[in-house]
Design a protein around this ligand. Structure first.
Ligand code: GDD
Ligand code: MN
Length: 377
């Protein structure tokens, strides 16, 4: 089957884009019009398109993007409803492209658009992926990052290079371009959780035995033009989940590590509640244990909802429904845990081994079941 190419659109001078620029947005209404103009100025002759991927911003970014698109058909907008997340937004934007090359950049003018033509020249020549680095040639992130974020960013870079097995100066940048065909290769194995799409693409390609040829260009990270950053401690936490996931070759999802970490915090909460209930409130051991279990389960639910499943967070009535299903799911291994632990303990009296086996079984069980019943994908 072949696609018909002669049409009135062609006669009107339309030509297929060579480059798609994907711009994820959340509350960027004050930034996008000027961004479109800057991109047009940078590519006066190259056919390109811009795809905004907006998560139904309350400030009406998507509506404005669609209005711009009425006059400028090279400006498109994917509006996602009921979803949040930078990585998955980028994945959806790139997936909508049919151009040979795709770029991802922020909407807030922190990324210097004038380096785009150089990036395009490099992916057209021999590179699979070119990232725009804030730190190339000993540069520092200038006005764009606070001192604290710069230090945090150095630590994260070190871990990221470990995970990707590369030596790049800015693995965490949100500004890059690649051959679309390379993206298609890794797409089925990308994690849709979190903020770190670039890291995910590079690490996944490497895990598949198809490492990418990577180039870098330097740029100076500018201060945000309008609005505010969506970066948060939550995103830093999610980064560690993704790093661990990629270290296991992607076999365990990052949410599993976050779920396990939340469970670890839950153990402390449990012990604290147990001490409180038996010491201060004078509960007998069984009642204190029951009390502590409920407190720990509630705390685990709350933290998982905030961190592990931030992208599908339950709110309002769904929060309470979720809590009930979480109690129901966790009660099963809690009971099984006691018997498994007791069994191993009777067999060979290895107290700690018994306890650890019980804990691992519960985490795996709870993780799997709450993904089905509490935080449905
Ligand atoms: N669709 C969508 N959904 N877009 C989002 C979301 C989301 O949940 N969160 C953020 N964005 C968009 C923002 O609207 C912006 O265009 C872009 O993603 C970057 O978000 P910022 O909130 O401006 O992030 P930042 O400037 O703090 O972080 C930048 O620097 C980091 C490294 O320090 C980004 O480029 C990160 O990707 C980068 O890792
Ligand atoms: Mn920004």
């Amino acid at each position: 089957m072949s696609v018909q190419v002669e049409s009135s659109q062609m006669a009107a001078g339309w030509s297929a884009p060579k480059l798609t620029i994907v711009v994820p947005t959340f509350n960027e209404r004050g930034n996008i019009e000027l961004l479109v103009e800057k991109l047009e100025a940078v590519f006066p002759t190259t056919p390109f398109e811009i795809i905004f991927v907006d998560d139904n911003s309350p400030d009406g970014t998507a509506e404005l993007a669609k209005d711009i698109g009425k006059k400028k058909p090279w400006v498109k907008c994917i509006k996602r409803i009921g979803r949040r997340g930078l990585s998955s937004a980028c994945v959806e934007g790139i997936s909508a492209s049919n151009a040979p090359f795709v770029a991802v950049m922020d909407a807030d003018h922190q990324h210097d658009e004038t380096v785009l033509p150089q990036m395009l020249a490099m992916v057209e020549a021999d590179k699979d992926l070119v990232l725009a680095s804030r730190f190339l040639d000993g540069r520092s992130a200038g006005d764009g990052l606070t001192k604290f974020r710069e230090t945090a960013s150095n630590v994260a870079n070190w871990i990221a290079n470990l995970v990707t097995g590369t030596k790049i100066t800015d693995p965490m940048t949100g500004f890059f371009m690649l051959k679309r065909e390379k993206f298609e290769q890794v797409a089925p194995k990308l994690s849709d959780e979190g903020f770190k799409i670039l890291l995910d693409i590079i690490a996944t390609a490497r895990n598949m035995g198809k490492p990418l040829q990577i180039g870098e260009v330097g740029f100076t990270f500018r201060a945000r033009h309008d609005g505010e950053s969506k970066m948060s401690p939550l995103i830093a936490v999610q980064f560690f989940g993704l790093a661990l996931s990629k270290m296991t070759g992607g076999y365990l999802p990052s949410s599993f590590f976050l779920f396990a970490a939340v469970g670890g915090i839950g153990v402390f909460v449990h012990l604290l509640a147990l001490t409180l209930a038996s010491g201060w409130l004078g509960f007998n051991f069984t009642n204190a244990q029951l009390f502590a279990t409920i407190v720990a389960m509630t705390s685990n639910f709350h933290h998982n909802n905030m961190f592990t499943y931030a992208d599908r967070q339950l709110r309002g009535l769904n929060y309470w429904k979720g809590l009930l299903s979480f109690y129901a799911v966790c009660a099963i291994p809690a009971i099984a845990n006691v018997s498994v632990a007791a069994f191993i303990f009777e067999q060979n009296s290895l107290f700690y081994l018994a306890a650890i086996a019980g804990i691992i079984i519960s985490i795996v069980f709870n993780y799997a079941m709450t993904r089905i019943f509490t935080w449905r994908a």
